[in-house]
Write a protein that binds this ligand. Sequence first.
Ligand code: GLY
Length: 334
Amino acid sequence: MRELTVELGERSYPVVVGAGARHRLAGVLPRVRRAAVVTQETVPWAVDSGVEQQTFYLGAGEEAKTLASVEDLCRSFARFGLTRADAVVAVGGGVVTDTAGFAAAVYHRGTPVVHLPTTLLGQVDAAIGGKTGVNLPEGKNLVGAFWQPAAVLCDTDTLATLPPRERRSGLGEMAKYAFLGVDDLPDLSLEDAVAACAACKAGVVGADERESGRRALLNYGHTLAHALETAGAYDLRHGEAVGVGLVFASRLARRLGRVADGRVAEHERVVAGYDLPTLLPPGADADHLLALMARDKKAISGGLTFVLDGPAGLSVVAGVDEEAVRETLAEMTA
Ligand code: GLY
């Protein structure tokens, strides 16, 4: 079992990684009388908080990540008698930790939350760092809050039951850490890899909680990935889209003279090594993807904006030439 800390002064918290980490729940709960466990019917993991607990179920899939779900949860918490001196426990993937985390952030103006991410994507990214929120019909994650958990328990036992595609999706998010300073990632055991990625994320969040600088680098590969997901026309899970986005970002960096061929080959090797796609899906519409990328949150002031590799490592690059982006998309067409 590994334990690391997200260092945020008096809001610092532990991230425990390992087989059976869920059994640490009672030990990490702040002194509480009640725990509201939030999960989905599809999550096969029960937890024991050691105090009076009630379980509340979100609806199925990403569709459950709505303000309506947050209202339902808060009303259920109130009927249960939950107070700010109690805790919410989120057990599941990113939909659960994002939605329950946001409900915890606003219930009684802030109630402690413990995350038990049961997906690879949740364990290496979504559950760590305090980003919570829900979707609007107008876009993903448009309403949310920074609300740091009291603890994150990454039980690697839960990864054994993941459907293969869900696991692959997590590997895409994991692949990005190979370019954020986690060495030899593909050679590590799953538990070591989760711990190394979690430690990397903890370090970034500790240095830049509110994304005024370095935390934006965690979006490496995500500009194209979000465009592919938003387009809705391609059969890609989040991590699969990130895999394509990582290779695209490296090819764009090469086109802009920031990296050499070897670095692109390294991106392709890592992404393909996780059995993730390295080319655009068949029929990809470059004009539509370009329009969506121009609307990316990072691009507010600087035209087309990407996290790109370069001689000094990753950085946010604004005002990228549209033609370079178009040509890079063209070279990635199967
Ligand atoms: N998933 C990116 C972040 O937490 O900042």
